[in-house]
Write a protein that binds this ligand. Sequence first.
Ligand code: AMP
Ligand code: ZN
Length: 490
Amino acid sequence: MMTAALNAAEVSAKLPPRRQRNNTMAFKLHNTLTRQLAELRPGEPGHVRFYTCGPTVYNFAHIGNFRAYIFEDLLRRYLKFRGFRVTQVMNLTDVDDKTIRSSREQGLPLRQFTKKYIDAFFEDLAVLRVERAEHYPAATDHVPEMIALIQTLLDKGVGYKSDDGSIYFSIAKFPSYGKLAHLDMTGLRSGARVAQDEYEKESAADFALWKAWDEKDGAVVWDAPWGRGRPGWHIECSAMSMKYLGQSFDLHTGGVDNIFPHHEDEIAQSEAATGQPFVKYWMHCAHLVVDGKKMSKSLGNFFTLRDLLDKGYSGREIRYELLATHYRQSLNFTFTALDAARAALGRLDEFSDRLRTIAGVADPDHHLPAWAQQALDAFTAALDEDLNISAALAALFDMITAGNRAMNEKTLNAAGASTVLGLLKRFDSVLGFLQPEQQQADADALALLEQRQAARKAKNWPESDRIRDELKKRGWVIQDTAQGPKLKKM
Ligand code: AMP
Ligand code: ZN
């Protein structure tokens, strides 16, 4: 048995002191609504509430989808680094045209069918080191909220019932329809309707809030005051975002394909119902492309995360490739870039190992060497500018060059090396790829050990047992020692 002897207290190593930053610096983002850079000013100072459109769970997510989730993870982590409190909601679309069609093809009840892909999604997020959002509401758990919202739209005369019993949103009744996608509505065909969840800008028309049951829906059906059926895709996100974040919240994100119709329709439904501005800032990431074409299930040009893991790449390497291009630039997926990611991570690991060989006990009062402080300032300034990740990574690699020079010249002492290691830890709270795989696994295990301690303190024995079993599954046993609990590798 190998003893890892990691103590829960080691989890939070001392961070280097932060030089007071210039107060005029602020986080700026490109707002799709205005097509301009704007300083993020949350409605409640210091607390950013944001909604991210989650996966449609009818298949394994592909790495194009993960580009969007990793961009949102960078945003979330950077906001926290910047000192904001974050409340993030990511929905799970577990009822829509695609989930119903696929579950019927496989002859499975909808929930049983989607469970497999929901579980896989969370496993994949963990492999890619995507931090957990605060809430993951599933659409099928929120149908009463959707029905209430549709009822409000009917009461206000913005929703209407069609001959087949479906409910549509009348875009002519919402004068600012098209403001997010910047649509020219002059040629609007009044009264035209579109039943599908996905359609092109050219087909802008009244869209379905509720779809009356037909035999294609099988057993997927709910009762509403106006008849039996199921919600349309767009109303799901309006109902769930407002339930968890309020009628007006700060920020909403997704891939550019979500701008129209999905987000346009979310705005129309929500603002028509509440009379309040729905969302202040919208951010959209460009696509992951293969040979110039969007990676998508329908084109068949996709890789799932599992495909790439099978080829021998790690979650950490894939995360690096998906993160390293600015989110508003399209990212061409190649294996050459994955190999380059591996090489870049190797350089980072070498640097940390070298620092570790000379590092002494961390001294919280020790200042960062000037070259490291410069890197921290440049890293922050870059990400403040609409998450300019390329410049942030350039700052990191410049620091490695300067740090290696200092170590060659023996001008970095033990305390200095410790502060630089602490700084790397802070960078990693944003980047999430600096820890090697094994260290990451150990850090995850230590975080679980801490959670178990908290559960025990709260006398929550079932939770404490659950965590112990989870650790066992990952190959760790807990040993209670005089210095507190420790983990031992099985
Ligand atoms: P879906 O499961 O199709 O609703 O997509 C989930 C998320 O992935 C949405 O935010 C999409 O905009 C995003 N997405 C889908 N394909 C790509 C792609 N090739 N590149 C980047 N984001 C994508
Ligand atoms: Zn959505």
